[in-house]
Design a protein around this ligand. Structure first.
Ligand code: GLC
Ligand code: CA
Length: 516
């Protein structure tokens, strides 16, 4: 199955490539750069929202689920992208946003029963629920005096998933896109769309909760995360199965037991892939991450398949957040991502170890930044295709919708020409995965994970050793280095022990297979 063996690439369409010089990336721009994805060896392309939207949350506020945003192109452009991608063996996934619509969606006027409306309590909102973007999760409608629910921005009213008509609409939307050749969906807020029927107050966060929960101040046990969400996912799975479609969920949960449940019974009747935010939001140190991987391996149901990411459009780029600007550590992160058991998802620019871009205050456009102070714009800046004026993203002299980052090191053209670059490392690791069954289905066996050194075996013959620390380390074993983050060492024989310089990693083919 392509989504188990392959690599998925996430594109933020406004920032990938601008074909018409208006400073905003678009679908034709993606079509023009499919070569890059083929060259990398990508199998799946997940597009962040492509639907018409007033852009209060840059496409995550949808005003028509069956269309294409005019700034990004037309429905015909999307059809063409899907067809061209298919010629290259690339499957296109759309970003479905079922938790909420835009307040400018016609439903918000015509089908008020599609949304969650309530009387206020003591002159205030109906309950204590907080919005992820800050402030109460309720806004009062002046005309009726009733309050509507929005777990995100006030311009993103939550749909009422207790209403069967809402469910029927989304079944139809899924079919609409499957019929057009879409290979599947990333499902936004997949854990959260069903709300407590009685709208009970959320409990306060405690010291044991994940950092993000503590920052918010309450556990979202009633405003999201209801068990009934699994009924919706099971239904979508059976619908998707009729098309061989794939469902990848934004399962933003903070413990792995809960995550495992999103794969359904035996791991086969809900999501095909459930994003692992425990891994993604962890600190980058071996003694934190290795146990997360081990626990994930242990807890996923038999037929479930892990999925790994080191970044996305909502968090600081990994080269800054995890690797802290260190080129060697960034390569270790990429080696980790591409050698764990499971499907890797690369966020555009990850293959360049692209850093977070600093956004001057007058260029901030993220609604979350305006309300909470921490923004996501810095991880969404234009793809640097070259160091030319406009970075190959747009025409020279055009101001892009978000400022350019520093393209002096991270750009496709220069990294393609440099065999030691992160880009070539990613490409070569992907090529190796394709040809090496150990790296696809082979078991993950942790051999050592202490201090800054992480060593694991994949299948019977492959060993991955990552030295994330500042000291040289020596790892026992014999074989041949297939790929080292220091590419000059590719092909080196390892007689008895592998010496690894600080902040470097190696993938070794063992001389003697380990069948134990
Ligand atoms: C998800 C998206 C995020 C968006 C939010 C509301 O978390 O990844 O970008 O702001 O949902 O749709
Ligand atoms: Ca454009």
């Amino acid at each position: 199955m392509w989504w188990r063996d392959g690599v998925i690439y996430q594109v933020y369409p406004r920032s990938f490539a601008d074909s018409n010089g208006d400073g905003v990336g678009d679908l034709r721009g993606i079509i023009d750069h499919l070569d890059h994805l083929s060259w990398l060896g990508i199998d799946g392309l997940w597009l962040n929202p492509t639907f018409p939207s007033p852009n209060a949350d840059w496409g995550f506020d949808v005003s028509d689920y069956r269309g294409v945003h005019p700034e990004l192109g037309t429905l015909e452009d999307l059809d063409e992208l899907v067809a061209r991608a298919r010629e290259r063996g690339i499957h296109v996934l759309l970003d479905l946003v079922p938790n909420h619509t835009s307040d400018e969606h016609p439903w918000f006027r015509e089908r008020r029963d599609f949304y969650v409306w309530r009387e206020g309590r003591d002159g205030g909102p109906p309950n204590n629920w907080l919005s992820i973007f800050g402030g109460p999760a309720w806004t009062r409608d002046d005309e009726t005096g009733l309050w509507y629910l929005h777990n995100f921005d006030p311009k993103q009213p939550d749909l009422d998933w207790w209403n069967d008509d809402v469910r029927a609409e989304f079944d139809d939307i899924l079919r609409f896109w499957f019929d057009r050749g879409i290979a599947g969906f990333r499902i936004d807020v997949a854990h959260g769309i069903v709300k407590d029927r009685e709208l009970r107050d959320n409990p306060e966060a405690t010291a044991e909760d994940a950092e993000v929960v503590q920052r918010l101040g309450q556990r979202l046990v009633f405003s999201m995360n209801r068990p009934e969400v699994h009924d919706v996912l099971r239904n979508w799975r059976s619908l998707s199965d009729q098309y061989d479609g794939v469902l990848v969920g934004e399962t933003y949960v903070h413990d792995l037991e809960t995550l495992a449940r999103f794969y359904g019974e035996d791991g086969v009747d809900e999501l095909h892939l459930a994003f692992n935010f425990v891994f993604l939001l962890a600190q980058f140190d071996v003694e934190t991450l290795a146990p997360v991987v081990a626990r994930t391996e242990e807890l996923l149901p038999e037929h479930a398949w892990p999925v790994w990411t080191v970044g996305n459009h909502d968090i600081t780029r990994f080269a800054t957040r995890w690797a802290r600007g260190d080129a060697g550590l960034a390569r270790c992160v990429l080696m980790l991502l591409l050698t764990l058991r499971g499907t890797p998802v690369l966020y555009y620019g990850d293959e360049l170890a692209m850093a977070e871009t600093e956004i001057p205050p007058d260029r901030v456009v993220d609604p979350e930044a305006r309300r909470t102070g921490t923004g996501r714009d810095g991880a969404r800046t234009p793809m640097p295709w070259s160091d030319a004026v406009g970075l190959g993203f747009t025409e020279a002299g055009v101001e892009p919708w978000l400022p350019f980052g520093d393209a002096s090191v991270a750009n496709v053209a220069s990294q393609r020409a440099d065999p030691g670059s992160p880009l070539c490392l990613v490409r070569d690791l992907i090529a190796l995965r394709r040809s090496e069954p150990d790296l696809l289905g082979g078991e993950y066996t942790e051999l050592h994970a202490a201090g800054d050194v992480w060593v694991y075996r994949r299948g019977s013959r492959h060993l991955v050793a990552l030295n994330c620390g500042d000291e040289e380390t020596v790892i026992e074993g014999a074989g041949t280095i297939v790929i080292c983050t220091d590419r000059r060492r590719d092909g080196e024989r390892v007689e008895r022990a592998l010496r690894l310089a600080p902040r470097s990693g190696a993938l070794v083919r063992l001389a003697t297979p380990n069948d134990g």
